[in-house]
Design a binder for this molecule. Structure first.
Ligand code: FES
Ligand SMILES: [Fe+2]
Length: 385
């Protein structure tokens, strides 16, 4: 194994480059074959974030979620449960729903082709002119379901027929942010970014602040790079925090809190910004006064959508005097996001070069190596580590 001992200095900070820890080979960002393997072994196997429960407030409300070739109808049923139905009619396989979101006013789901009709919980309730027998059993033709788990208002789905228990994959999250009472928070703002880069580059970028002094001068003023620490690295959930320079500050354009602290947040959490990457597609950033999160949707090896949401307490969202604070939080993260997207897209281009084989991680990027290991382990490619 290669070993290198160097110290890279930037703006007075020493960054050791640790012995021999190498990045993923470039093909992991570009190969269609590897991406297809990721779809099968990660996106169709792991719990994935889908939407916020508040996006489906009423019985019949739905939202479509695309996971590569699979389309899922997330819908609230008459028992107030959220279901994730495969968007596939059991008659001849027609896609049932084409609208991105909406509400089933009739409180049922009807196929546009021959009018087979399903209850909101997926039960086939009408199949016109079909006679039972000769192989057709009505009770065998309910919609196929994906697994659903709601954690703190975040709806996760799992497409596997034999899923890993949610608590096992998300062990590090359970009970972690209960003081934020995130199930009570509401979406104050949403921005969709369309990016030309691999999904893993966004997770990597999120988990290190080695790049912060050069890429994010304003962020570095508000939270010094040296304060970055990891407090969780269990399996698929990797997390840490940074300290705020300003007392009772936050990540806003002027560094002032955008709102009073969220629910029961107290003590040292009033001075911290947490960064949790919930592998594979959620980046969760609880602040003392609001919660930011990114929902990543891979669309091929070199393309993603990244939906960024700002959650605040409902009374803050409805307070006309609080709007400037919300805007300051939105503007800060929109600026910071765009700075990140620029370098991620440049890395996507650079790593395609034949001259790029593997790079070197610094001591401030050790957690990225762990993230890479999660990917390689899921793919069964441990020999590439
Ligand atoms: S394909 Fe749906 S009712 Fe025929
Ligand atoms: Fe960044």
């Amino acid at each position: 194994m290669d070993t290198e001992k160097k110290v890279f200095q930037k703006r007075g900070v020493d960054y050791p480059i640790i012995d021999g820890t190498r990045t993923l080979p470039g093909k992991y960002y570009h190969s269609r074959e590897i991406y297809d393997e990721e779809v099968e072994k990660i996106f169709y196997k792991f719990w994935m974030f889908a939407c916020r429960a508040e996006e489906l407030p009423q019985v019949g409300d739905f939202k479509l979620i695309q996971v590569e070739d699979e389309s899922l109808i997330l819908v609230r049923d008459k028992s107030n449960n959220i279901n994730a139905h495969f968007n596939v009619c059991r008659h001849r396989g027609t896609q049932l729903c084409t609208e991105a979101s909406g509400s089933y006013k009739s409180k049922n789901i009807q196929c546009p082709y021959h009018a087979w009709t399903y209850d909101l919980d997926g039960k086939l309730i009408s199949a016109p002119m079909m006679q039972e027998g000769h192989g057709f059993q009505k009770d065998q033709c309910n919609l196929h379901k994906a697994n659903v788990h709601v954690w703190e208002g975040f709806v996760f789905i799992n497409l596997d027929t034999d899923p890993i228990p949610f608590e096992e994959q998300m062990e590090a999250l359970i009970g972690k942010f209960s003081n934020w009472k995130m199930d009570q928070l509401k979406i104050a703002h949403h921005i969709r970014y369309e990016l030309k880069c691999n999904w893993k580059l966004i997770l990597q970028n999120y988990q290190e602040c080695y790049h912060c002094p050069g890429v994010h001068p304003l962020l570095t003023e508000l939270t010094p790079v040296q304060s970055a620490q990891h407090d969780s690295s269990k399996g698929a959930v990797i997390g840490g925090f940074m300290d705020l320079t300003k007392e009772r500050g936050s990540m806003t354009m002027n560094g002032e809190a955008a709102a009073p602290p969220v629910c029961d947040v107290s003590g040292e959490d009033l001075q911290r910004i947490y960064y949790y990457s919930v592998f594979p597609n959620l980046l969760l950033t609880p602040h003392p006064d609001f919660v930011l999160f990114h929902h990543i949707t891979p669309l091929g090896p070199g393309k993603i959508t990244n939906d960024c949401y700002w959650l605040f307490r409902p009374e803050i969202i409805n307070d006309p005097n609080a709007q400037a604070g919300i805007k300051s939080a939105v503007d800060f993260w929109d600026l910071t996001n765009r700075q990140d997207w620029q370098v991620c897209e440049q890395m996507q281009i650079g790593t395609k070069s034949k001259r790029f084989t593997r790079g070197y991680y610094s001591g401030r990027e050790d957690i990225l190596h762990q993230l890479d290991m999660e990917v390689l382990k899921a793919l069964g490619h441990e020999e590439e580590s």
